[in-house]
Design a binder for this molecule. Sequence first.
Ligand SMILES: Cc1ncc(COP(=O)(O)O)c(C=O)c1O
Length: 379
Amino acid sequence: MNLFNVYPLFNINPVKAQGSFLWDDKGEKYLDFYGGHAVISIGHNHPYYQNKLKDQLDKISFYSNSVQNELQTELAEKLGKISGYEDYNLFLCNSGAEANENALKLASFHNGKTKVLYFSGSFHGRTSAAVSVTDNPKIVAPVNFSERFIKSEWNNIGQLEETFKIHGNEISSVIIEGIQGVGGIMIPTAEFLSKIKELCEKFNTVLILDEVQSGYGRSGYFFAHQEFGIQPDIITIAKGMGNGFPVGGVLIHPKFEASNGLLGTTFGGNHLACAAAIAVLDVMEDENLIENAQQMGHYIEQEIKDFPHIKLIRRKGLMIGIELDRDCSEVRKSLLFDHHIFTGNSNDKNVLRILPALNIKKEETDLFISALKTVLEKI
Ligand SMILES: Cc1ncc(COP(=O)(O)O)c(C=O)c1O
């Protein structure tokens, strides 16, 4: 059997990883400034994380959501405390798309409405409703398309008000990323977010903040929206939550009523997933990683801002979009093959997406900074 060929692959085969470095099967060392799409939050193979998972493997790795699982309670308590959402409830699942899928369903169960408002440049995942609110027609299959999903322009308050004027009474939820990642590190304005919040309250519409990529400390806040002082009804998480172990979650305001069977999943919140997620939160707290994200992000920006060919830097914490005056693919390839540094791209072909681990060290950022300078001075 062959693999279903949907991914453009670099011809690199990593076999070992530690901290912010990877090694391939030929022993070549690479610096990871992308974390495999923003997943590696506390560094590869962090010893505390490894031990937590090994200990858990020795005890029990899985049983379904038909029995007590104290690890879920421990995770919910820790997450509530560190995020400031102690009064919210947690539903555990396996990925970002699944978290958003459940959030959209829950909103609709709650208010009985059918339409969803999303924004240009959005990416919310590839499952049914999640892909319908993703602004990329190439990945929306005909079976996912429906006029119930309404797109409005990013950061455009006038259009938002107009859309609510026409459809407001039918809009079940608004879904928005804390910071758009795949869209090219697009940051919402404070005015835009507070207008969304105001309209959601007025029209009994559920506000869903997708913090799958921008959450878990990456922006220098636990959740990116916390900088703006708004409070969503539902928050979705995944990626950095498990540092590579597949786990996702939905944080749900107490006004939403749970009932048996309303939501569910076979694997969500299993023992190993909870052990991984607890380990991530412990390390984030012990090592002050949110503060490190703020400091290292600021340092990188200061060091690179005057490099040639950089038009603009959009950044919060360690979520960094470097907009070049040209397509970034050659720069990315040179960073990878000439300097052994992984970086990311985005739907904007000029934007290099930088998402290092939150415990990146200054000397590691210096490797990236000096390689970027060399590459940009050469083109
Ligand atoms: C903001 C956002 N939401 C949702 C998703 C989907 O997450 P997953 O790939 O875990 O389903 C992604 C993935 O890139 C994302 O960036």
